[in-house]
Design a protein around this ligand. Sequence first.
Ligand code: SAM
Ligand code: DTB
Ligand code: SF4
Length: 322
Amino acid sequence: MEIGVRNNWTRQEISDIYHTPVLELIHHAGQVHRRYHDAQEVQVCTLLSIKTGGCPEDCAYCPQAARYHTDIKVEKLLPTAEVLNAAAEAKASGSTRFCMGAAWREVRDNRDFDRVLEMVKGVCDMGMEVCCTLGMLTSEQAKKLKNAGLYAYNHNLDTSEDHYSEIISTRTYDDRLDTLDNVRHAEISVCSGGIIGLGESIKDRIDMLFTLSNLPEHPESVPVNALVPVPGTPLEDQEKVSVWDMVRMIATARIIMPRAMVRLSAGRIRMNTEEQALCFLAGANSIFAGDKLLTTPNPDVASDQELFQILNLKPRPSYKSV
Ligand code: SAM
Ligand code: DTB
Ligand code: SF4
């Protein structure tokens, strides 16, 4: 069956795909994956929290929201040199994309933003794909980031529009979509996905995939995060997401957004090699590497090198060397 790139998937179609018997679903996603990608190639991205904690938002999953009592130590924006050292280290360990995250509600036009622009330029000059996730952006700010060399911007929908208000009250779904629009118009590659395990229904998951796949252009990159429940956050007691739910989400994203890099994101620390292999079979072709995501643990570089060896995976080259 030939599947092209479509921006008119219906909820029913997405639901039918999501509910396919799971081994069939993996097979179908694997076929689509191979039609559009080299299935041995996995993109390796490294995250760095450049401004940690103290965030005014109330995202119920987030350890960095100031209002929850978590163990996070609030820190100012890191010095540029420290960030560039971390990027060089990430590059040396085989990462081709470096993503800088800030616990901000939105970007403000101040000295910190100027420093982030400097960091973006520095990382870009190293030949890595540079990505940021800084909260909401105006179109002018997006253009400034683009001019500094920003390659991609991460801004997740997180969940469905219906479930969104259960998770975040301090900004709206439309705010999120507006930022994605600003990023797209600045010709920055869009990275947008969500989290499962927030207490959402399957319908919410399908609705989120519906919104993503019906954007005028699909995001180039779609992170699928499993909630990392952090003590002190309202979602601290959420049950662990089943690997089969991750597989269904990844496979459905792969089928409906075939060109996208689908990222097996937060949650790998609780998955063994076999479970991660299932996610790659389902069409995941990107991971976050390095022993920390933003603030929570992630498998270390050595264990990921072993994972790549066992599964015969190879890191995807960065855009500049393609
Ligand atoms: N403050 C910015 C924002 O919210 O857009 C950027 C950083 S924020 C931490 C980036 C993304 O990380 C969130 O949108 C969410 O999808 C993900 N995230 C945060 N905490 C998480 C957790 N405990 N488990 C899984 N994903 C999480
Ligand atoms: C994304 O989708 N997942 C990453 C990245 N984009 C910024 C963040 C995961 C954060 C997990 C919780 C933490 O480490 O603080
Ligand atoms: Fe702040 Fe981003 Fe965390 Fe929400 S997800 S509390 S905006 S750092």
